[in-house]
Design a protein around this ligand. Sequence first.
Ligand code: JEB
Length: 421
Amino acid sequence: MRIDVFSIFPDYLAPLELSLIGKARREGLLEVHSHDLRRFTHDRHHTVDDTPYGGGAGMVMTPQPWGEALDELVGSAGGQLPTLIVPGPGGEPFTQTTAYELAGVPWLAFACGRYEGIDERVYDEARSQLGPERVRILSLGDYVLNGGEVAVLAMIEAIARLLPGVIGNEESLTEESHTGGLLEYPVYTKPATWRGHQVPQVLLSGDHQRIAAWRHDQRLARTATRRPDLLPSSATLAGGGKQPLQIVPATPADAAELFVLTRACWLDEGRTAGTFDIPPLTEDMDAMKATVAPGSPWHTWVVRDPQSGRLVGSVRGRSWRGAPDLSEPLEENVGSDRGRFWEIGRLMVAPDLHGRGLGQELLAHVVRSAPTQATTAWLVTGANSSRNLRFYRKAGFRRSRVASPYPGTVALERALSEDDL
Ligand code: JEB
């Protein structure tokens, strides 16, 4: 991965030479260039700021040096385009999901603002040079920093450690906070007693099942006290005793909400795929109505937040007649509950509820709902959607021999056993 950082304080980025990030750079896994924005000024004082039009407090970064920095950046790599990240207190939240997404991008550039921020036309210019999907305004959290540098350090660290080979312990990546929707359990090391404080007895017991149960309880308890905001959905279902989420068959009355949720959920997917010309985004309302109407080969399920009644997730499945080698067009193979393949589609969770296990529950539900004749669950997902690929892999899906008929996607499958039904 290549990273370019633009700042009026390039020394702020010095820590990127240390520790695991520094090692990754020396090993060539990561290429980081930091640039002094003042290099792109032409006046004697290397001016990068001016007073705001319309009045108001503070100074604003002038567009001129940013424009020239962008030109040089874009001109430096024969047609390749970076994704530009501009940290700002008013950006979209930078989360672990964002980190995973950005870890899949080969070239990132970071623009560190200062003062009250950057002249808005710099964003417009970047969007027109790079394409709007390659300009991301991201916020580290709900507090105010003096500039983008500290945010960039945090973002680069979160992203770089996800690159293959950077942390060297791939396992510790999969078990972390903010991937399972719960906080981590407490950890202890030797000695067993320290200044009178004991390590919990269960951890010394050697009983791995009891240890796992204790750790799970600790995670729930911690999450409930420290981060109750993470709980309202499915994490509480696992053991918190709140209202269960009901996964129910969709009806024609759900069509409009389902239509909106589908678009909301696939916009990011389209961004990753580099095209918005994909069925979930181009299908019209009539097509949506048809799939939830009686007689459709699709069986669709929806889940609503019990408090608000909002539709927050959905999934669907349909059977294929015979063994679909896809020598016939896909639609021709679709039968009514008689096929051996159970095609899973349109698995979606409202973006604000990601990371709580709701997708896993929906997937488990649609797998359980396969007709008894079905031997294989099959689905397609974006070939570059690393988040989706990870999610399905964790659920036991592997690359299918039955190729996906849709460009830019891959087909995954998983054998259905008695236990699933
Ligand atoms: C990032 C920045 C400033 C209004 C007031 C102050 C450039 N989570 C975060 N908090 N603050 C920032 C951030 C992120 N990411 C942040 C870049 C800049 C703050 N300021 C100061 C801007 N607008 C200038």
